[in-house]
Design a protein around this ligand. Structure first.
Ligand code: ZN
Length: 130
C-alpha cells in the first residue's frame, strides 16, 4: 500500500481527490496484453484483460470487475449528473465511473482512469503504472 507521499501529483489528483485524467492520454488505454489490472495504490486486483474492450470513450473500459468485492459503488451527483462512482474495494482509491451502456454479457462499462491502475503483464511479469 502506497502512502500519499509515494504517489505522483497526478495520482493524488485522480485517486485521492477523485479527479479525471484527460481522455486518450492514459498509458493503459491501448494495452492489449493478457494480464491483471490492479489498484495503483494498494495493488489489489481489479479487472482482467479478458473483460477489457475498446469503448471509444478515451479511458480504459471493462465490462466486469474481477470479483464482487474488488470494486465499491457510490452514488455520485456531482457536475449536475447522476452517475455511479467506482472505487477500489480495498483502499477506497477513486477509479472512475460505471455506466449501463456496455457490451454483453453484463451491459456494463467500467470507465476507469488509467492513472488509477497498474497492469501486471501475465507473460513478462512486468508491472506498468497507468
Ligand atoms: Zn486500492
Amino acid at each position: 500500500m502506497k502512502s500519499k507521499s509515494e504517489l505522483t501529483p497526478l495520482q493524488v489528483e485522480i485517486c485521492l481527490n477523485r479527479g479525471t485524467e484527460r481522455p486518450f492520454t492514459g498509458k493503459l488505454l491501448g494495452q492489449t496484453h493478457q494480464g491483471i489490472y490492479r489498484c495503483v495504490v494498494c495493488h489489489e486486483a481489479l479487472f482482467q484483460s479478458e473483460t477489457k474492450f475498446e469503448s471509444g470513450c478515451g479511458w480504459p473500459s471493462f465490462f466486469e470487475a474481477i470479483s464482487k468485492s474488488a470494486v465499491r459503488y457510490l452514488e455520485d451527483h456531482s457536475h449536475g449528473m447522476h452517475r455511479v462512482e467506482i472505487r477500489c474495494g480495498h483502499c477506497d482509491s477513486h477509479l472512475g465511473h460505471v455506466f449501463n451502456d456496455g457490451p454483453t454479457p453484463t451491459g456494463l462499462r467500467y470507465c476507469v482512469n488509467s492513472v488509477s491502475m497498474c497492469f501486471e503483464d501475465q507473460e513478462t511479469g512486468e508491472m506498468i503504472e497507468g
